[in-house]
Design a protein around this ligand. Structure first.
Ligand SMILES: NC(=O)c1ccc[n+]([C@@H]2O[C@H](COP(=O)([O-])OP(=O)(O)OC[C@H]3O[C@@H](n4cnc5c(N)ncnc54)[C@H](OP(=O)(O)O)[C@@H]3O)[C@@H](O)[C@H]2O)c1
Length: 216
């Protein structure tokens, strides 16, 4: 069950998945393996968000700035990193945009001006964003390790997927949306399809699912 303190915080996530359910290849190929339409959808989904949340590896692999083009209101930019292994060279720290919040267990060894650090549990971090920073909609852009942590506290309300079955990555340990293949979830979670949009000529389908409490 989603913690009561987070009941008014909507958490969504967006991923492109291959024919074999992977979000990247074994060697963690950066995003860009799907279509321009998928990239546009990624930007469109950011527009409604009060905060965007990514794991350190996605931030670095995909060279993210976490901004919304041509929009005055910019979402908070939230990063998860237990190790604090950031170099300071990441694009997000050199691009104007929303305030940056780092959820970490270990503080980075380099100085990161203007960044707010949170050394708390994931639930407490989300409560802080909601109660103190006015976040009503947090949008996660991966990767699977971070989404897995949100799933474990049963906080994912909406899943946006691009079913990109034109590509098959293989690799038993290539990442999936729920993290490491083979690591069991404590409990299955169920979602209901609310949007289905095949993209003519692109061999991809946009899907949206909403969390429900019982199996459909
Ligand atoms: N297909 C898609 O739509 C899509 C979307 C996003 C990402 N990707 C791909 O997925 C790959 C990265 O995914 P990933 O699962 O390996 O990595 P990830 O979730 O982006 O980042 C993992 C890192 O984030 C931090 N982190 C995540 N959860 C945490 C938790 N519960 N507690 C503390 N720290 C946490 C840790 O950082 P530290 O190591 O610093 O402790 C961890 O090593 C990349 O290849 C990327 O391109 C694909």
């Amino acid at each position: 069950m989603k913690p009561e303190s987070l009941s008014n915080l909507t958490i969504s996530a967006n991923f492109a998945i291959s024919a074999d359910g992977k979000i990247s290849s074994l060697d963690h190929r950066p995003s860009g393996w799907t279509s321009k339409a998928d990239h546009q959808r990624l930007l469109d989904l950011r527009r409604d968000a009060d905060a965007i949340f990514v794991g350190r590896k996605t931030l670095q692999t995909d060279n993210m700035s976490l901004t919304v083009p041509q929009q005055e209101r910019q979402p908070l930019r939230c990063i998860a990193s237990a190790s604090g292994k950031l170099t300071g060279e990441e694009k997000v720290f050199h691009t104007p945009g929303g305030a940056i919040h780092l959820w970490c267990q270990t503080l980075p060894s380099i100085e990161l001006a203007g960044v707010t650090f949170h050394q708390r549990s994931l639930t407490e971090f989300l409560e802080t964003l909601h109660q103190q920073h006015g976040v009503h909609h947090l949008h996660c852009e991966g990767g699977g390790t971070l989404l897995r942590a949100l799933l474990e506290i049963d906080c994912v309300d909406e899943l946006h997927l691009t079913w990109a079955a034109h590509t098959l990555f293989g690799g038993a340990t290539a990442p999936t949306i729920s993290g490491i293949p083979g690591l069991a979830m404590a409990q299955s979670q169920h979602f209901q399809l609310t949007h289905f949009e095949p993209l003519d000529g692109l061999d991809e389908v946009f899907l949206t699912y909403r969390r429900i409490n019982t199996a459909p």
